[in-house]
Each structure stands twice: as C-alpha cells, then as structure tokens.
Design a protein around this ligand. Structure first.
Ligand code: NAD
Length: 441
C-alpha cells in the first residue's frame, strides 16, 4: 500500500521503517527538518535496536522517504498514519494541539486531492483519551475535507503497543492489533496494512480502541508500582523479593504475565506517566473516584525517593551514575526517572558524573541534543563519555543500565560502593560482596 506517516518520533519512525520493510511504499512527514534529513540520509532519528540498519535498508531500496510537505505525501498515499505526540498539559490533561494541527493539514490536503486518488483512510496511532477521535478530530476532518467521515474518507484508531528499546521487534511480533473503526472499509484498510503480522486482531469501535491503550498503560504502571512496593517491603522484612516473584509468576493458572512485575527502578518515559495523569484528570473531571489509579504515580515517586535515601545513607558525596535515558536500549530522556534521580542528587549538592552510551554528547541526535541542551544543561555538563571516567570519580555508583560495557567494567567487592537500581543480571552473586546495595533485591 502507499502510506503516509505523520510524525517521525519514536512511534512514527519505527512504524514508517517497519511498514516499508514489509513491502509498503512509505513517505514519512515531520515538521522537524532535522528528522526529515536524517531519514533521507538513511539514518534513524532515534536510538532503538535494529532501527538504524532497517532505515538504511528501506531508504536505500526506495521504499521509504521523508518530507516536510503534507500535501505531497497525501497526494501519493491511500492511507495516513498519525503518530504525533500527545504530551501532558501542566494540569495533567492531554495536550491535543499537535493532533489538531496535523488533522487540519491532512484535511486541507485531502480536500485538494479530491476523489481522484481513490478513497483515503486517516488512522490515528497517537494515544488519546476516549472520545478524542469522534468529538474533536472527525469534526476537523469533515470541516477541512468538506465531506463525511466514514463515507467520503475512512477514519480509524490504531493504538501502538511498542515498547521503546524493543520497538522494531514488537512491531513485527505485536501483542495484539487493535483497530477502532468508524467505517468497515477504513478498518479493512488498516487490516490490509498489517496483513502478514502475527497476533490476534480486535476490531472495535473507535472509543474502545482509544480506551484499550489507557487500560494497557495504566495496568503497566500499576504492575511496576506493585512489584516495587512489594520489593521494598520484602527487603525490609529480610525476604528475597525476586524469589517471591519467581514463585508468584510461576502460577500460570492465574495467567499473570511476568512483564513489568520484577522489582526494579521507578518507571518513566513519555507514555506511562502522562497517560496515567490524563486518565486520572479525565476521571476527576467526570467526577469518578479512582483511588487506585491516582496513587500509582505517587507510589512511583516514593520508589525514586528510596534511591535518594540509599545514597544519603552511604554518607559519600562523589556519586557516579550509569544510565540516564528512561530505560535501557533507548536515548529517550522524556520523564526519565534517572534524570529525576540525577536532578534530586544534583540539587542536594552531590558531586555527580553520569554515563549513558546512548546519551553521550558525542552520540546525541537532533531532538535529544536539543532536549539536553535546553532542558537539562545542568546535567549535560556532568555527562561522561567513558565508563572509566565515572568509576574513577565515584565513591558510590548508581547502576541503572544493562549496557554490557558498563556491566563488565563494574568492580567486584572493591572500588566504589554499588547501588543496583535495576537488579543486575549478576545481582545474586553481587549481593554477597561488600559494598553492594540493591534498591530491588
Ligand atoms: P515523539 O515526540 O517522539 O514524536 C512526535 C513527532 O511528531 C515529532 O517528531 C514531531 O516533530 C512530529 N510532529 C508534531 N507535529 C507534527 C505535524 N503537524 N506534522 C508532522 N509531524 C509532526 O512522540 P512518540 O514518542 O513517537 O509518541 C507519539 C504518540 O504515540 C504519542 O501519542 C504517544 O503517547 C504514543 N505512543 C508512544 C509510545 C512510545 O513508546 N514512545 C508507544 C505507544 C504510543
């Protein structure tokens, strides 16, 4: 199929590259010229496993190109995937500004295109609260196109379930495919797009598809909070929380997926916190009491606070940190709990050095370089390019990454004290060594 993808961020660039890899003809659109240029040069605008090779391959074969020109993209395509950001507003509500703008632009281009290019389907992949498509975006499309949604053009909601760090793998082996369809032909168009992918497909009304994404993210946050609180209590009671979870998770009769249920560090990133915030905000506006959901983020903050307390308890001042992005395998710093931890320690006057191979100044790409330079200049000056620089500096090291280069360099029972934030692969051996502390053991 001929596909346009709007927004070349984490979701859009992975969707665009993977769809091109499946044999579709894809044009990616972004307002950020640096991202457009990177893709056209065959380079990934984000750090993700396998994405660099895939973009080089599909741009090289001519299956993917990028542009800043909405009209040109729409003229050439039969289906558009909208993957622009939906961040939190300061009051926790969902920001729909980018969605509204791109929908206006798509509507304007579709009006110019007319019926000549065949029926077009607009598919929203961005996370948005139930009702956003029907009450906000469909009226914009109808106004600008000058036709009826579901009749003159198709509309669908197709939430994305990728996890940053493994997003290419997740795209080709999705946990499920959810198609919220306004009209059956629009739904059929989305189905045709993912024709060869495995996994169950659910065709549901658009608002149901919007809500499913929130159910997923709220539950992931809840699972992490649950595992971390349980880990903290077990530790206080002298119990190995990982052994507890091994047995708990082995109980397949209750059908518990082990994902997100391992005591580790706090969650973060551009999705779980903002999706929980906007869900709780929407519930409050609707006068619905949600005590469980409204305590997931406070539980997460309490866990981060435990890490600060561990550092304080060591009495050391020179602190090293391994990992800064919101989880291993990505360069995404948005709402990273490690950034928050670094800021808390920096604010308390600790002498900090940080190493994250995906966030080193020499590797930072367009959007993330700008993010670091404008939003985190105080941390940028603390970034170390090498693992040794941090080890040489630190009296106590916080480890929040599984980067093999870091793991192999960490000393055993000598050198700086180690605070393991994520339960390292060799945590069971290390816990018997002097100077090792686990946030989650
Ligand atoms: P992102 O911020 O990385 O990317 C958004 C991109 O959209 C940016 O490159 C921006 O320049 C571009 N953009 C903004 N306005 C535009 C316009 N008018 N035309 C073209 N491009 C425009 O965001 P993301 O992390 O990829 O997330 C996108 C959406 O997907 C969000 O709603 C998010 O909640 C959801 N989501 C994200 C993930 C994830 O892991 N990041 C997973 C599932 C769902």
């Amino acid at each position: 199929m001929r596909v346009s993808v709007f927004g070349l961020g984490y979701v859009g660039c992975v969707s665009a590259a993977c769809l091109a890899g499946m044999g579709h003809q894809v044009v990616g659109v972004d307002v950020n010229q640096a991202k457009v240029d990177l893709v056209n040069d065959g380079k990934a605008p984000v750090v993700e496993e396998r994405i660099g090779e895939l973009i080089a391959e599909v741009v090289g074969s001519g299956a993917l190109r990028a542009t800043g020109d909405v009209r040109e993209a729409i003229m050439e395509s039969e289906i558009s995937l909208v993957c622009v950001g939906t961040p939190s507003e300061p009051n926790g509500s969902l920001c729909t500004t980018y969605l509204e703008r791109v929908t206006e632009e798509i509507g304007t281009a579709l009006a110019e295109r007319g019926g000549g290019g065949g029926r077009h389907t607009v598919v929203f992949r961005s996370t948005m609260l139930p009702g956003t498509c029907a009450n906000l975006l469909v009226p914009i499309l109808e106004k600008y196109v000058g036709g009826t949604a579901g009749v003159d053009f198709g509309v669908a909601v197709n939430p994305e379930f990728l996890r940053e760090g493994t997003s290419v793998r997740d795209f080709f082996d999705p946990p499920k495919t959810v198609i919220g369809e306004l009209d059956a032909a629009g739904g059929d168009a989305v189905l045709a797009l993912y024709d060869s992918l495995p996994g169950e497909v659910f065709r549901v009304p658009v608002a149901t598809a919007e809500a499913i994404k929130y159910a997923d993210n709220a539950f992931h946050g809840l699972k992490i909070g649950f595992a971390n609180e349980l880990g903290a209590v077990c530790h206080a009671l002298g119990v190995d929380s990982h052994q507890v979870m091994d047995v708990f998770l082995a109980d397949r009769k209750l059908n518990i997926s082990p994902a997100y249920l391992r005591p580790g560090f706090a969650f973060g990133g551009s999705c779980l916190p903002k999706d929980l915030r906007s869900l709780v905000h929407a519930a409050q506006r609707a006068d619905v009491s949600v005590p469980i959901l409204s305590h997931v983020l406070p539980s997460n903050s309490a866990h981060l606070e435990r890490a600060v307390e561990l550092v304080e308890r060591t009495g050391k001042r020179r602190v090293g940190m391994f990992g800064l992005s919101f989880k291993p395998g990505t360069d995404d710093l948005r709402e990273s709990p490690l950034v928050e931890l670094a800021e808390r320690l920096f604010g308390k006057g600790y002498d900090l050095r940080i190493h994250d191979a995906n966030v080193s100044l020499s590797r930072l790409l367009g959007a993330n370089r700008e993010y670091v330079e404008t939003r985190l200049p105080h941390l940028a000056q603390l970034l170390a390019d090498s693992v040794d620089e941090v080890l040489d500096h630190a009296e106590v090291c916080l480890v929040g990454t599984r980067d093999p280069a870091v793991l192999s360099a960490l000393p055993h029972g000598a050198g700086p004290l180690l605070i393991d934030l994520i339960h390292l692969p060799d945590a069971d051996t290390r816990r018997t060594e002097p100077g090792y502390m686990g946030l989650a053991w």
